[in-house]
Design a protein. Sequence first.
Length: 293
Amino acid sequence: MRVDGQIRGGGDKGSEPMELAPGLYLVATPIGNLGDLAPRAVATLAGCDRILAEDTRHTGRLLAHLGIDRPLARLDDHTEAQAAVRLAAEIAAGGRLALVSDAGTPLINDPGFLLVRACRAAGVAVCGVPGPSAPLFALTLSGLPADRFTFTGFVPRKGEARRGWLDELTRATHTWLCLESPHRLVATLEAVAAVVDDRRVAVARELTKLHEEVRVARAAELASHYRTHPPKGEICLVIEGGDRAAVPGVDAPLLALARALIAPTPLPPRAAAKLVAAATGAAANDLYRVLVR
Ligand code: SAM
C-alpha cells in the first residue's frame, strides 16, 4: 500500500500502526456505523504523534474503543486560525499529525481548511485516509443527478441569508446538497415548496444508523409528512436543480415559441396559435382566426 509516497512500510498490515512520514493526515471517521472505519484510518491514527480533533472527548471515546492511546489536541473553528501556522511549522520540523472531525470527512463543514492551507503554504505533505461523508452519501442515495451539485452547508436560518439562499436555489439548474436540523426541517421544506415545488427533494436521515431513512418526494409532500411524523436525528437535504434549458427571464412557453421559430418545418396554424397564446396570454382562437384569414 502506498500513500502519496508518505508511508514507509507497514502499510499493508491493515490496522497495525504504520510508520508515517512527517505530514498532516486527514482521516475520515464513521458517520454512524463504526464498521465504516477503514483499517488504514485506524493504522494512521495509531501511528501518528498527535491527533487533532474538533471535540477531544468525542474522539477520545472512539480512540478508547479502538484501543489507541495517542495524545489528543483540540482544533475547532475558534482555535484553528491561531494554531494553523504553528501546527504547519511543527509538521515541517518532522511532526506527524492526524486531523479528524466528530464524524465524517474533515473540512466538509468542519474545521481543517486553514490548517491544510497553512501546510500547503509551508510545503509540508498533506495526505490522509478518505471515507464517509454524510452529504455525499445522501447525494448518492437520493437518485437525483450527481454530475453537478452545490454543497451549501447548513440552510441559513433567517433573514437576508435565508432569502438569498432561496433565491439562488430558485435559479439553480444543478442539484443542491445541504444540512438541516430536525427541528427546522419542516419550515425549510415549506420554504422550498413555496419557491420550487416542481422539484424533487430527498431527506436523508440517520445515514448508516439503525433508523436510516431516505425519503424522496416534492417538498410540500415531505413537509406534510414530517409535520405529522416529527423527525429525529441527523439530516441531509438533497434538492433537484431546475430545468437546465431554462433561461433567466424567459418562461417555458416563450422558450417553446423560440424553439418553434428555428424548427425546420413550419407549425400548423392551430399549433402556432396555441404556442403564441401560451407565451402571451392572448386567446388561442383569436390568434388562429388571424393566422388562417
Ligand atoms: N464533515 C461531516 C461529513 O463529512 O459527514 C459533516 C459535518 S456537518 C457539521 C454535520 C451534519 O452532517 C449534521 O448536522 C447533519 O446535518 C449531517 N450528518 C452527519 N451525520 C449524518 C448522518 N448519519 N445522516 C444524515 N446526516 C448526517
